[in-house]
Design a protein. Structure first.
Length: 68
């Protein structure tokens, strides 16, 4: 699994700005519990998005786990 955010391309300028803003906030964090909670929340939101898209009949994007 690649954990380099530079491997992900964002096409919309608004998304690029939001990523930069959030990245800077994360870089300033030094509370490991907060970082863990943030990551767990992100994962859960991503999975909830998949559930929601599935219920709408749109297939969710697969998670790239490094396996072909």
């Amino acid at each position: 699994m690649s954990l380099d955010p530079n491997n992900i391309t964002l096409n919309k300028t608004s998304k690029l700005f939001e990523f930069e803003k959030q990245s800077r906030a994360i870089d300033e964090m030094d509370d490991i519990k907060m970082i863990k909670d943030l990551l767990k929340c992100y994962i859960k939101l991503y999975l909830k998005q998949q559930e929601t898209l599935s219920s709408l009949g749109t297939p969710p994007a697969p998670i790239n786990d490094g396996n072909p």
